[in-house]
Design a protein around this ligand. Structure first.
Ligand SMILES: *Cc1c(COP(=O)(O)O)cnc(C)c1O
Length: 401
């Protein structure tokens, strides 16, 4: 039987089988070692097999795994307290994934206006290049035609605007706008940070228009940009709702929707729910991740190694002409728009023992564990440099033929 023949053909992984991980390293079944600079796309915040996460998970596994949210899940309330203490939020909804966390934010936004006597305020404004997950609501919120195609009519109540056009944004807000949803740093769309002044202005305009502001920090949150949450870089730009997942679970499925009391107060019994969301194992790991990512020194390290990667990219850019268009992203959600094929470079780095990702706009994406060392960053940059040189020379040869 062919491998994977009984798995949905939604993914097309390369023919490597990883067996074991430790920190930023992975080993395949042939004992080949790789530097993992994509971390399950911004998920393994502390790298693979971190001893504190293992300890927390094993401790909890001995006691209790799952209750369902019809009971008070051990550790949940404490994790919510801790995140609310560290953020704008007053309330947290626990989920399993990013899409589910976004879904809850969208529902809470519409419900809020409904309860406030404005049931027609249903419009959700999103942006070009956004990614919010793969459920019906989240593909409609992001509005990427590739992800909507073939799945029936687009849902009503979603509007998409060009990225970075504040005039269009101002004109789009109306008394029908329920919420605006935006990633403070676009991941999938090509590592595009929203200018900080735009976030501040959006907050102000949303408040004036009576619309809610939702941040999708599924990818850029959890310390990835050097702040616990990416929007903290901007002044006076706190949202009403925020979706998180990926990094907050460090590799265990955990998503969280953050909300103000004003909005969350209406999400009463019967309005929303989930079976697995924030179960005892997920929450135990969530606590252990937060122990690390809430430390100022830990977050400073993210900035330091981010600078190192940025400098590395800039050095390659000046050395290998026409290889890199620009360096993108923030913190350890960083990469470059290439002048050569991003897929070819990703595959070439893999052959050299370095795992990286790609993103829209011909971008290569690096999202290593946040505790990655400078030494490992240096090695990764070396391999990336080699890969770029080899892809560049192959592409030049092809042009000559
Ligand atoms: C990955 C991602 C999601 C979806 O998360 P899942 O856990 O895959 O459902 C949503 N928003 C952003 C910004 C993401 O990067």
């Amino acid at each position: 039987m062919q491998r994977r023949s009984h798995i949905f053909p939604t993914y097309a992984p390369p023919a490597i089988q990883f067996e074991r991980g430790e920190g930023v390293r992975l080993w395949d079944t042939e004992r080949r070692e790789y530097l993992d600079f994509i971390s399950g796309i911004s998920v393994n915040t502390l790298g693979h097999a971190h001893p504190d996460l293992i300890k927390s998970l094993e401790n909890q596994a001995q006691k209790l795994w799952h209750l369902s949210n019809m009971f008070d899940v051990p550790g949940q309330s404490e994790l919510a307290d801790r995140y609310c203490e560290l953020s704008f939020a007053d309330r947290i909804f626990f989920a399993n994934s990013g899409a589910e966390a976004v879904e809850c934010a969208l529902k809470a936004a519409r419900r809020y206006h409904f309860e406030k006597g404005e049931p027609d305020r249903i419009e959700i404004i999103g942006f070009d290049g956004a990614f919010h997950g793969r459920t019906y609501a989240t593909i409609n919120a992001a509005g990427n035609p590739n992800y909507l195609k073939g799945f029936g009519p687009a849902l009503p109540g979603y509007t998409k605007l060009p990225f970075g056009d504040m005039n269009a944004f101002q004109n789009a807000l109306s008394d029908k706008t329920a919420a605006v949803i935006i990633e403070p740093v676009q991941g999938e769309g090509g590592l595009r940070p929203v200018p900080l002044a735009d976030l501040t202005l959006m907050r102000k305009l949303c408040t004036e228009a009576g619309a809610l502001l939702i941040y999708d920090e599924v990818q850029c949150g959890a310390g990835r940009t050097g702040k616990l949450f990416a929007h903290e870089w901007a002044q006076d730009a706190t949202p009403d709702l925020m979706a998180t997942a990926k990094g907050v679970g460090g590799g265990f499925p955990l998503g969280m929707t953050f909300s103000t009391e004003e909005v969350a107060q209406y999400m009463v019994p019967g309005t929303h729910g989930t079976t697995y969301g924030g179960n005892a194992l997920a929450v135990a790991v969530g606590h252990a991740v937060l122990d690390h990512i809430s430390k100022p020194n830990f977050l400073r390290h993210v900035e330091t190694v981010s600078e190192q990667i940025r400098d590395g990219f800039e050095a390659i850019k000046s050395e290998v002409s026409d290889s890199i268009v620009d360096v993108r992203g923030k913190g350890l959600l960083i990469g470059a728009k290439l002048a050569v094929s991003n897929i070819a470079v990703r595959d070439a780095t893999r052959d050299l023992g370095l795992l990286i990702g790609v993103a829209g706009d011909n971008v290569v994406r690096l999202a290593p564990a946040l505790n990655v060392s400078s030494v490992d960053v240096e090695e990764a940059i070396n391999r990336l440099r080699k890969a770029l040189i080899s892809v560049k020379s192959q592409e030049s040869e092809k042009e000559l033929v």
